[in-house]
Design a protein around this ligand. Sequence first.
Ligand code: FAD
Ligand code: MLT
Ligand code: ZN
Length: 490
Amino acid sequence: MAVARNLPREDGAFGFTSATAEDIDVFRSIVGEEGLVTDAEDLVPYNTDWMKKWSGSSRVVVLPKTTVQVSRVLAHCHARAIAVVPQGGNTGLVGGSIPTRDEVILSTSRLNEIVAFDAAGGVLTCGAGCVLEALDAYLTPRGHCVPLDLGAKGTCQIGGNVSTNAGGVRVMRYGALRASVLGLEVVLADGTVLDLLRTNRKDNTGYDLKQLFIGAEGTLGVVTKVAIATPPRPTAVSVAILKCPNFDVVLQLFALAKTALGEILSAVELMDSLAVETAMARCPGLKRPMELEDGAFAVLLETSGSCEEHDKAKMGALLDRAFAAEIVDDGVIAQDMSQAADLWAIREHVPVAAATGGYQYKYDVSVPIPRFYELVRAVRRRFQELSLAEDRAAAFGYGHLGDGNLHLNVVCARKDDEVLRALEPFVFDWVVAAGGSISAEHGVGQHKRAFLGLQKGPEALALMAAIKRAFDPRGILNPGKVLPDDPVSQ
Ligand code: FAD
Ligand code: MLT
Ligand code: ZN
């Protein structure tokens, strides 16, 4: 399969050009001194991912403030065959925002302007660098909310969310982000500004080009503006954490919750006992809702509606039925929003706990819901067969049960190649054989690109490569990410 890589540079040589002092002068003339980072120490956070698993050696971060500046930076990089890594909040979990070598990092952090809010239509238009939580705070007094919520909301940016088609905890209510994106402004690799920034809900005028950039992880263009449909903010929210003694009854609770809570059910999150205990042990300040013995599960249920009395009555009725049927044997219902936040904090701190101390191997997979937890057991069995003790590699599972997205984390004292060999390709093979996806929401990035061929056939991969060539003929945008046959970091 032909790939959009290593086309001849203007000087006839192959490969990418490292940015020189002259290139940096050009960037300075475009974005000003305040839009450049070149100091070695200041570069470290841009060159390192949130988990500290991947690191790059970029020598310059460019922070444009306008679309025109993004266009001029990319036009220069394209002409000089300088590779570019788009970066938002740098909270990605697959190494997508980190250079594989000395690419220029294009940070969208200063593209953080709210452009417009159409209250009647509920459409928000903003710069790609707006932080998710800041957008939600802007919408709150206007009676709307962002249809996306995830643990990294205080740092991730809407452009990064779009570029990863982020999922999060309310996919069962609002869908993954692509369902809510109405329009995009994108700058292509050669600096061309592509105006797809429509705000209509309906637009059947041929190919829906914006969808190609959603989830493209910065390989097809730099998203500079986003128009997004924002739903009315629910005025009645209730949250409960319930204990289920085993996974079979978790499934029964899930089925019951869907029928008993109906249209107000907005999140169903699962944590196994080790996930909860890891969060409790490593994240001081969390309030333990109940004891959870080994092998038990905590299920977080959230309802979002518009009538507190009605919603509370429904949640109460569900709990009565669940306790009566012995599906649940303990539980806590939040009495106010502060208690609701305490319960959510436990769930949100599981990834933080996994990343605290030691080293982790992280998998984010879609699986058919009846088989949601099987992979965790399969991995534990494999560790036993390979005599990898639990204090060397502890596997736990949590995630978005509501949409079939399991997060399998394996925590180790340190980076451990034997553990990695036990996990890969085992996990990916298992998921594909189960009819799932090797990336439910985090994307492919650097981590999974070598395994993409397990998930997608050669015809699909050839089309992806052709699309890449059409959008980025010199292959300067985020090389070494997503596409499996990109030789840059192999
Ligand atoms: P970055 O990490 O900066 O970049 C991610 C990718 O998008 C990279 O490939 C980058 O090159 C590209 N990119 C970034 N901005 C642009 C742009 N403007 N144009 C083109 N390409 C761009 N993810 C979920 O889906 N669901 C979760 O529940 C969830 N929870 C998380 C919890 C924690 C604690 C953490 C640390 C991460 C979590 N994530 C989750 C992963 C991450 O937050 C998301 O992938 C998020 O959408 C990334 O946004 P970002 O701005 O940090 O992007
Ligand atoms: C989550 O759901 O907490 C996130 O996707 C992050 C993670 O998988 O750890
Ligand atoms: Zn998740």
